[in-house]
Design a protein around this ligand. Structure first.
Ligand code: 5GP
Length: 180
């Protein structure tokens, strides 16, 4: 998606070869109009996929996923990164290793918001090693959802998911960002 790539080149900052800072338009401040275009792009790419529900991971996946849900007129479900051990009933949890925090967390789904047979589109802000997306997929499968996925490309594809990335980064270094 050219608009998103240009925004990343104009406003993103590569901290090193692994981490891209997008705080000015996604993580700390949101460019809502850009997110609307991102939502439209997802809606266009998945128009014929029979999606029944959109799922995202808090917090930075919410803006693009909400816009896609609006465009596609679908419910949006949020997976929490709960550390709490109090709320154990009625939830599904799996441990995910955080790429940015370098520590594990419990990815949490309230399964009443995903129904058996749902065809879920998972939208997240970044795909790095695929830990978050694979954790989310295992929760969704446990809740009975079918398999169709958004955003570690190879791992997810090998697991049978369709993966679409709007701005695929090929290489980064300090102050260098190159797309595929
Ligand atoms: P993965 O689980 O695929 O290794 O990493 C995906 C998660 O880590 C995303 O939900 C995102 O929040 C975070 N993440 C991964 N790479 C980056 C990055 O380059 N910049 C930022 N800001 N977050 C990232």
């Amino acid at each position: 998606m050219e608009l998103l790539k240009q925004k990343i080149l104009d406003c993103g900052r590569a901290l090193d070869e692994h981490v891209l800072l997008v705080d000015s338009f996604l993580n700390n401040q949101v460019d809502v109009k850009l997110m609307q275009e991102v939502g439209r792009e997802f809606a266009r790419r998945f128009a014929d996929a029979g999606i029944t529900r959109i799922v995202t991971i808090e917090s930075s996946g919410i803006a693009p996923a909400a816009m896609a849900a609006l465009e596609m007129d679908l419910p949006l479900v949020i997976l929490k990164k709960s550390k709490s051990s109090i709320l154990k009933e009625g939830i599904l949890q799996t441990e995910v290793f955080s790429f940015t925090k370098n520590a594990p967390y419990q990815l949490t789904l309230k399964p009443q918001f995903v129904h058996p047979g749902d065809r879920v589109l998972l939208i997240d802000d970044f795909l790095a090693n695929g830990e978050a997306a694979l954790g989310a997929s295992s929760l969704l499968e446990r809740a009975g959802a079918d398999k169709t996925f958004q955003p570690g490309l190879k791992k997810l594809q090998e697991a049978g998911y369709r993966v679409e990335i709007l701005a695929p980064v090929k290489r980064m270094a300090e102050n260098l960002i190159e797309f595929d």
